[in-house]
Ligand binder design. Sequence first.
Ligand code: NAD
Ligand code: FES
Length: 285
Amino acid sequence: MPHKIVSKKQLSENVFTADVEAPLVARSCKPGQFIILSISSEYSERIPLTIAGADIKTGTIRLIWQRLGKTTAELSNLKVGDSIENILGPLGQPTHIEKFGTVVCTGGGIGSAPLLPIAQGMKQAGNKIISILGARNKELIILEDEFRALSDELIIVTDDGSYGTKALVTGPLEEVCRRQPKPNLAVAIGPAIMMKFCCAITKKYEVPTVVSLNTIMVDGTGMCGGCRVEVGGQTKFVCVDGPEFDGHLVNFDLMMKRMSAYKNQEQQAIRQYDEHNCKIGLKKR
Ligand code: NAD
Ligand code: FES
């Protein structure tokens, strides 16, 4: 069934958001869950995207993505009124939400998108929310207004100091963990290397930590094994056991190695897509 794009906006240089018709998903999804989409039926790649929000009244879900590979480039080129052919979901386990006390939510770059519904859910459950948003520069900070609205404290950092404090997210995270009383829970979402170092800090201060993993996925139902990770010495499937795990138990080094397995093919696919698009553009002129 085609899913119409009802609104679309560019959030930063390579980050886009769209509200997409998917009434059944909107009705049943919970924070932390994701969908797998394919843009057109026959030859499209399937990619997982976190559900960044849902509106039961309009029957739409909010997707946020970074133009990184061929499919996210194709998605970025779709316009309002265009359709995504298949949306499968909601998939994965919802976030475990309860009143923990103080929750420090750390989002690195595009990782702030999947973090948003989790932080909103934690706030609704009565937690005090300290949010840390980090990006390479000011233009790449996304969802600042949304996080400001739900947070008791919002800390912004940029790698180059063009906005907020000049630091990586691990700087303020350590400062928050050193406070007395320390946070009761940390949630960290972003690049794997960021989550690895966030977990090293929270482990030092014994703050339980949840991370959301975005491995390679194919079917999203636990059948192909493409998304497997090692957690506490055991093999887990991100699509059905996750995407959230105890960050102190995740083998990030193995995960990063597996995630880079198809880097050459991914680069070749986006190169060919961009070249093809350029040629179409030249013919049109
Ligand atoms: P980025 O590389 O610009 O990093 C964002 C921020 O993370 C930085 O500004 C910094 O504060 C922090 N960071 C990065 N490396 C760090 C390190 N070594 N130590 C401490 N802090 C560090 O991020 P980006 O380009 O927006 O993100 C792209 C990556 O995020 C992709 O690899 C994508 O796969 C991943 N991603 C993850 C999820 C998820 O659910 N985990 C969701 C979307 C995207
Ligand atoms: Fe195939 Fe998880 S995506 S097992």
